[in-house]
Design a protein around this ligand. Sequence first.
Ligand code: HEM
Length: 337
Amino acid sequence: MSSARCILVGLFCAVLLGGSLSHGQLTPTFYDESCPDVTSIVRGVIEAALQTDARIGASLIRLHFHDCFVNGCDGSLLLNNTATIESEKDVLGNSNSVRGFGVVDDIKTALESACPGIVSCADLLAVAAEESVSLAGGPSWSTLLGRRDGTTANRTLAGINLPGAFDTLQILKDKFSAMGLNTTDLVALSGAHTFGRGQCSTFDPRLYNFNSTGNPDPTLNSTYLTTLRGICPENGSGTGPADLDPTTPDAFDNNYYSNLQVNKGLLVTDQELFSTEGEDTIDIVNSFSSDQTAFFASFVESMIKMGNISPLTGVEGEVRLNCGRVNDEDALLYSSI
Ligand code: HEM
């Protein structure tokens, strides 16, 4: 559409052009010349890690999500504590919960060896998320690339922005909406809980004394309740873990949604997508449950949207050489040797 015509339709075009500009900054061909094998390198390291850790793909996509929800997809989650950086890893929701940093380091080492100083940690997470889904039997897509790494972390914002295991559906909607993600995105992206695990503390209040009622969560299938009580005894250590998808724990498919239809969602935030009376999320769960192709298409679209949250591009930020620390610190370390 020409800019002259855009002047005519004012607001509509402002939104359209704004959207397409911010999306236009990333491109699937970004590393075609500078690091053409980026995808296969990332895939190879994940494939090797899967041999001993069936859950690693799930852990990696979660890192991308928790990165993007705090200051955009800028690799900030990967930064460790220093005198000036308060690591996001230490916030409730990440601490003793997010995992996979060793494999991120292995991927970075492989990328640095093939194309030194080229691939950002933020892009590494985006590619690792896509490859993890694909390796688990889910869809593949062209990841948009060209993100640069931030030089700061924001622990306070992580505490505010990341969804919590006991958030109401309205709070989930609000947190996604603050990222530019709508209700369909919320339901589609929650489908990532088709693989991976949750530790007892993230769901065991549902098993015994839900909301101080003295009873379990009424939206919990009774057979499933017995299984989960076996994994997480009352007053137990609280670690579990339990499969987020009890039907096909390590496969990326649409069973997450059929589980919700029979009250087998592990987290409150999963089950409430289907069990909150009158909500628009119910129809979306039903449609993804009956049509895996529709789920995959929506999931890809929503992953691309999530991956587009406020990327740093061009000369902004840097390409970190070590994902756990900013390059300045690397320089300081080397100069003091
Ligand atoms: C809708 C809001 C969400 C909430 C409240 C939520 C919450 C959680 C919680 C509590 C866990 C278990 C953590 C633990 O055991 O310590 C978890 C695991 C996981 N989450 Fe989410 N999540 C949400 C959305 C997402 C999204 C958007 C994605 C990715 C696109 C995602 C991917 C995962 C994966 C794959 C795991 C398993 C990780 C592993 O096994 O290491 N989640 N999530």
